[in-house]
Write a protein that binds this ligand. Structure first.
Ligand code: FES
Length: 299
């Protein structure tokens, strides 16, 4: 008999099938996309500059502050200035929840539809937790610490459910993770033929393969650059994307959510992707294009 697990028992995956949620998902997504239109704001909130999503890093601050307050409330209720300390922690969590939510919403707006349904439930539960913690903060600031503690216990329980669904969205549904890490573990690091140089159209991305790994090759005059074809954001096919100049760099633009990767080194020039696109060393021998790799961004 196989193992059961909490996420399956609670039916978290079924949230992704609830098309009724689209009545809320669609207008919320439109509002988020309109609000985060400036590319600099969007990329900052995605965490493109950090090399991984900003939302989970900020969530640590929010959840950590609230859990810290809960521990103080439980172990030292009202003693030795702990009321002031837990009030400060609750306030820190409430204040940090705003940028945490903003980063999460911007990421959420660029997910697949079923992921967005799960993400909507995650967000709604967290809004509930934030509301409870805000009420707890007001009660504490008015000197009603016992009431504040009780409301916060409900908040930490609700926030725990929200965090569990958020974790499930990342680790089971692969939202926010690098979709190309596996290629470093399935290729042997040797040279591989990917076709003849004169078969590549100048300036037009074309799909090639090494075993199960799809590549995108781009010839520009005498030069050929080769990247992994599946976008690191959510596996969009880069060979169907367009060439564009972003930040003064020639980029391949993903046809799904518009991430832009520098053709010559795979670096992210525009999100929502945060992980660079793995690239390959290229040589042409006897008119045949050969590649070796993939190479990590730091190599
Ligand atoms: S799959 Fe989302 S930007 Fe490529």
């Amino acid at each position: 008999m196989g193992w059961r697990n909490l996420a399956d028992d609670l039916g978290v995956d079924r949230l992704g099938e609830l098309t009724q949620l689209d009545r809320i998902v669609d207008p919320v997504r439109a509002v988020v996309q309109r609000a985060a239109k400036p590319p600099a704001v969007k990329d900052f909130l995605h965490g493109t500059w950090a090399g991984h999503p900003l939302h989970p890093a900020l969530a640590q601050l929010t959840v950590g502050a609230w859990v810290g307050a809960a521990v103080l409330d439980l172990l030292r209720p009202g003693r030795d200035g702990s009321a002031a300390a837990s009030t400060a922690l609750v306030a820190t969590g409430v204040a940090s929840a705003v940028p945490t939510a903003a980063a999460g919403l911007v990421d959420w707006a660029e997910l697949h539809e079923d992921q967005q349904r799960i993400g909507l439930v995650h967000a709604a539960i967290n809004v509930g937790a934030l509301t409870l913690y805000s009420a707890s903060l007001v009660a504490r600031l008015r000197g009603r610490h016992q009431v504040g503690r009780q409301i916060a216990y409900a908040g930490v329980a609700l926030g725990g459910v929200g965090a569990m669904i958020g974790g499930h969205l990342s680790f089971r549904w692969a939202a926010g993770v690098n979709h190309n890490e596996h290629v470093f573990h399935v290729l042997d690091g040797g040279w591989h033929d990917i076709g003849r140089f004169d078969e590549l159209d100048d300036g037009k991305p074309s799909r090639r393969e090494i075993g199960e790994v799809a590549l995108v090759a781009l010839r520009r005059r005498d030069r050929v650059d080769v990247l992994v074809d599946r976008c690191s954001h959510l596996s969009g096919p880069l060979h169907e994307g367009a060439l564009s100049t972003v930040n003064g760099v020639t980029c391949l633009v993903c046809p799904w959510h518009d991430s832009a990767f520098a053709v010559d080194d795979g670096s992210v020039q525009r999100g929502p992707a945060t992980a660079p696109q793995p690239r390959f060393e290229v040589r042409v021998l006897g008119g045949v294009v050969q590649v070796r790799g993939p190479l990590r961004a730091s190599s």
